[in-house]
Design a protein around this ligand. Structure first.
Ligand code: MSP
Length: 661
């Protein structure tokens, strides 16, 4: 049994959790559940980051003490994680005594290594991000991360000799290409190191709420040094035996805190003579209608409200299925309704309810024995057989260096299984078999349909733990996910025939966008430490409802469907970067009859200059959307596995505006 230690970031207790926090935590939870199914000895850690100026100020704004705020909001995080079925084994708070002991020991080791000295710090500090910036990093006097103002700070400070670690960090990355993923993020880290690392100020005098510096209680420890050590604390450091947990196998983080995890943290560990975590896996950023979530905009999505309306499992499924892990994504309730109906209501929900109903109708509620080697069921069996490997390639395999986690791969394989099973039922027409009295064939169809549900329930478990149990119960089984052999569970024909089934109950009733309550996208204002008057802001589902998909989803579209999408060739006349975004370019594209403004996420692959006079293909009848506040009147077509690799273009020049058919 190998040890598998996985962590989320620890969350600031200046606010209640939103959908972004939920995303990181759910992703780590899915990994943890999956590894438990594989038989690993999993330790899954989450927790709260409770010290620092950010919390001090939030408490002041609320007229309370940092301790009271931290106690209350930390408990709030625990409650939300329970509601979202987070299976963490430990929950760490940085205000716990066990943590202080670990921080002191790490600091003592760094000091003994000669990497700590007392100096004077002068610099620009962003309080909300707890980050120092240089003159060249700030954008128009504002923090390059959050866009808010920075303060100039001069004070005596303890420093960590980060400047001495660049080569060692690069060497580690060379020797362990899987260390940081996705690859694009690893490249960012390399670039940052190549620009030259400066020593890091690791103490503050103006702040009281923190861990006092050893032998210098006027200073408290920089909150990121304090916070990062949490991963060691929870492993038991410095007590004997911590090595059974440490190093962690995976730190799951958002791209916003990559620098802290991929540069500062490994440097601290190298200095302290401790092994580095095996993998740092970074995910992208959720926006709402292309904009950053923020209380002032009133677009903060409350994961509990979403879970209450759609069900926790449906929300977990949507978050992991909608956006390939590592990419940014836009959260849309309309999209969620659409995916829910297609994959859950019409997909697995339909498979379950029609199968169980037919077992009741035709076989008195007892699953008959049938031929598991039936030729017509072969595609279902084949889809099932691919499930274990879709998890292996999507979620393990550090050899596929830099690819990152791919939750969408096993989920797509599950969708294929469900689709194949629904197609099998449709094509086998059990209702006709019943009418014609073809009992043997009817038994076989029912048996294979139930078997597909057994397999689906098993492999849905990491993402939809509650529903997996309920699907199993609906086919008369008790799912014990950690007792099974992960690979062998996909072998076809294991369902015990003769099992009586309970009466059918719908697990995924269809959703209607019109009945989604308005408050869903807006957080309850009473928990906000900073005053918030945005509760009246319209919800994100204001966009039109998607066309309802009544039939079971399948992969075919009609030529009429395709014709609805207007694809046209255009010539780029102007191009510039969208301010504060390294990814987005703003293009003026000539399509003959007009010039369209298109915002495209191609800024990492193409410079604005390279785009000039290039011909591109765009969708010209897509509803305009705002990306980072800039309107895009269409979408440019590009291709790539994870990130954009190349643009689509005609093989020779064509008149601007030409239709793609
Ligand atoms: N306390 C630090 C982490 C210290 S770890 C040693 C911190 N906390 S946080 O509460 O601000 O955010 C934690 C994580 O929440 C981010 O890394 C990111 O993973 C996630 N997200 C916050 N907003 C998000 C989105 N809008 N979208 C996706 N994830 C986001 O940073």
């Amino acid at each position: 049994m190998s040890s598998f230690y996985i962590t989320t970031p620890i969350y600031y207790v200046n606010d209640v959790p939103h959908i972004g926090h939920a995303y990181t935590t759910i992703a780590a939870d899915v990994m943890a559940r999956y590894r438990r199914m594989r038989g690993d000895d999993v330790t899954f850690l989450t927790g709260t980051d409770e010290h620092g100026q950010k919390i001090e100020k939030a408490a002041e704004a609320k007229g309370t003490t940092p301790k009271e705020l931290a106690d209350r909001l930390s408990a709030g995080f625990r409650q939300v994680w329970e509601k979202l079925e987070i299976s963490n084994d430990d929950f760490i708070r940085t205000t716990e005594p066990r943590h202080k002991a670990a921080v002191y020991e790490v600091f003592r080791r760094m000091q003994a290594a000669g990497d700590i000295y007392l100096g004077e710090y002068e610099g620009l500090y962003c309080v909300p991000c707890e980050s120092f910036w240089t003159e060249t990093q700030v954008v128009d006097g504002n923090c390059p991360d959050c866009g808010r103002g920075v303060d100039t700070v001069t004070e005596a400070s303890w420093f960590f000799r980060l400047s001495a670690f660049g080569d060692r960090l690069l060497a580690h990355m060379d020797a362990h290409p899987e260390f940081i993923s996705p690859k694009s993020r690893a490249n960012e880290v390399r670039q940052f190191i190549h620009m030259g690392l400066r020593d890091l100020s690791i103490s503050r005098t103006g702040v009281k709420w923190g861990i006092p510096m050893p032998d210098d209680p006027e200073h408290v420890m920089y909150v990121w040094l304090d916070a990062l050590v949490n991963y060691l604390t929870a492993a038991g450091f410095p007590n004997p035996g911590y090595e059974t947990r440490w190093p962690a196998q995976v730190h799951v983080i958002g791209k916003d805190i990559l620098r802290f995890h991929a540069i500062y943290w490994p440097a601290f560990l190298i200095s302290a003579g401790l092994p580095l975590p095996e993998r740092i896996v970074s995910h992208g950023w959720w926006t709402i209608d292309g904009e950053k979530m923020s209380k002032s905009k009133g677009n903060v999505i409350d994961p509990v409200a979403v879970a209450e309306h759609f069900g926790t499992d449906a929300m977990r499924y949507f978050l992991l299925r909608e956006v390939p892990f590592g990419n940014d994504g836009d959260f849309s309730i309309a999209r969620m309704v659409e995916m829910y109906n297609a994959d859950l209501a019409n997909g697995i929900g339909n498979l379950l309810s029609r199968t169980v109903s037919m077992v009741h109708k035709y076989r008195g509620g007892t699953v008959p024995a049938g031929d598991a080697a039936d030729a017509a069921a072969a595609p279902v069996k084949e889809a099932a057989a691919l499930l274990p490997s879709s998890f292996h390639t999507g979620l393990d395999d550090p050899q596929r260096t830099g690819r990152g986690l791919k939750f969408d791969e096993p989920l797509e394989q599950l969708r294929q299984l469900v689709w194949a099973a629904n197609t099998f039922i449709h094509d086998s027409a059990p209702w006709t078999l019943a009418r014609e009295g073809d009992d043997a064939r009817l038994d076989t169809v029912l048996y294979n349909a139930v078997e597909a549900l057994r397999v689906a329930a098993t492999y849905f478990y990491p993402v939809m733990p509650e529903m997996a149990g309920r699907i199993s119960a609906a086919i008369g089984l008790t799912l014990d996910p950690y007792a099974i052999d992960f690979d062998a569970a996909a072998h076809w024909g294991q369902y015990p025939a003769g099992t009586p089934l309970p009466a059918p109950e719908p697990l995924f009733p269809r959703q209607d966008l019109k009945t989604v309550p308005d408050h869903l996208t807006v957080k309850t204002p009473q928990e906000n430490p900073v005053s918030d008057t945005s509760a009246e802001t319209p919800a994100a589902q204001a966009s039109d409802p998607p066309a309802a998909t009544e039939a079971t989803r399948d992969d075919y579209v009609s030529i009429g469907d395709f014709a609805k999408i207007r694809l046209q060739v255009g010539t780029v006349r102007e191009a510039e970067r969208v301010k504060k975004s390294e990814k987005l370019l703003k293009l003026q594209v000539d399509i003959g009859t007009e010039v369209r403004q298109i915002v495209a996420g191609i800024g990492r692959m193409y410079t604005p200059e390279e785009m000039l006079e290039r011909q591109v293909v765009i969708i010209t009848n897509l509803r305009p959307a705002k990306l980072m506040g800039v309107e895009s009147q269409g979408m440019l077509l590009a291709a790539g596995a994870d990130e954009v690799e190349a643009l689509l273009a005609p093989s020779g020049p064509v008149t601007p505006g030409a239709r793609v058919r």
